[in-house]
Design a protein around this ligand. Structure first.
Ligand code: KG4
Ligand code: ZN
Length: 355
């Protein structure tokens, strides 16, 4: 493979990720220190705790990535770093570290939008993995994470037009909140997928918010409906309304988890397919933590097959936050000439693109 070799640093939320990626595709190393166990204790992310954990882990993560890649500093063309969107305190740790590395090693600093990273993950190849066809432009990108949910048209690397986004909660946020209501712990996404796989009746219907023919999403009504449906199930089982007052039987949790998951997936899949048709897409790309959901990937594969389009979903470890996706986007940005000064600041609300 040819193209630049980029050292990439990601710390926007609760994973410290550092990777070495070549040519926007080939992973040479990709090390992620996850804070999931740390935040499970509080049932969600406490920003200051997340920032301090990045501070604790960022040097060991770089050392591990460096050892895995076995490259020399002279071979590294640039240092790419997530500068937004994300939690300010978390972003600042990775950003300041990237600046120090770029400064000391005399490498250009390349700013990367975290959401661009989630999309570019579809191009990645693991070390030793055979080449597979790249996504073809124009394409529709669906990003579904804990902080974001949107559909975008992508005409080339870095060339995005926003088609629609969530007007309230992100899909992953809804998974996490409903997971907590069901007593499934944090993060809710993988736990709900696991619980839903045990559903046999599959008859509990949760509402879908279509928002007319727009490509926007809304998941807060679904969350409210989940509260009502779960409370009704608890009353029927003779349990008090509040969560710590006893757990619902596993079989009931499975049916409720399935109903909720089905509602989220139905809306995501249908809107993605409609957007792909509308813009004449030649492929569909999915990214973000919720894309690690096998049922969502299966449903999108059906929709893509009906349209005769290839679907690209990264393996689960490349859907959730990682450094390699920032390396993939960083290589493309570097080739396009993007450079940041050492005064680069964190942008917690950095948008990906305009409508
Ligand atoms: O992309 P990500 O790692 O972090 C953000 O940028 O937000 O996404 C994390 C989100 C969490 O809300 C988590 O519950 C969700 O992705 N998630 C899943 C699954 N795995 C992770 N949601 C549904 N099904 C999964 N298998
Ligand atoms: Zn993310």
């Amino acid at each position: 493979m040819n193209g630049p070799l980029v050292l990439a640093i990601e710390s926007s939320c609760d994973e410290t990720g550092i990777a070495l990626v070549e040519g926007g595709r080939r992973i040479h190393a990709n090390v992620v220190a996850s804070q999931v166990a740390l935040h499970a204790a509080t049932g969600g992310i406490v920003p200051e705790v997340a920032a301090r954990a990045h501070l604790r882990w960022i040097v060991p993560v770089l050392e591990a990535a460096w050892e895995d890649a076995g490259v020399a500093w002279s071979e590294v063309d640039a240092v790419a770093v997530t500068h937004g969107p994300g939690l300010a305190g978390s972003l600042l740790v990775g950003l300041n570290f990237a600046k120090a590395v770029a400064y000391v090693r005399g490498k250009p600093l390349v700013p990367v939008n975290h959401l661009d990273g989630h999309v570019e993950a579809a191009w990645l190849l693991d070390p030793g993995e055979d080449d597979h066809p790249e996504p073809v432009f124009p394409l529709v990108a669906l990003v579904v994470s804990g902080g974001h949910t949107f559909l975008a048209e992508m005409r080339d690397h870095g060339d995005y037009r926003l088609l629609g986004e969530t007007v309230d909660d992100a899909a992953g946020e809804a998974f996490d909140k409903v997971g907590r209501m069901l007593g499934l712990g944090y993060p809710g996404g993988p736990a709900i997928m696991q619980a839903a796989s045990g559903a046999t009746h599959r008859s509990v219907a949760f509402p879908r918010a279509w928002l007319g023919d727009s490509y926007d999403f809304s998941f807060s009504g679904l969350k409210t409906a989940a509260r009502r449906i779960i409370d009704a199930a608890r009353a029927e089982a003779g349990l008090p309304g509040d969560e710590p007052g006893g757990l619902l039987p596993e079989a009931v949790v499975a049916e409720l988890a399935w109903g909720f998951q089905d509602a989220v997936i139905d809306v995501l899949a249908r809107k993605t397919a409609r957007a792909a048709r509308a813009i004449g897409a030649r492929s569909i790309v999915v990214g973000g933590g919720v894309a690690a959901n096998r049922v969502l990937a299966g449903r999108l594969a059906d929709e893509a097959a009906a349209l005769g389009l290839p679907l690209h979903v990264p393996r689960p470890g490349l859907c959730t936050d990682n450094g390699a996706m920032i390396g993939a986007a960083g290589c493309r940005r570097f080739v396009a000439g993007a450079r940041a000064g050492l005064d680069l600041d964190a942008r917690p609300n950095l948008p990906l693109a305009a409508r």
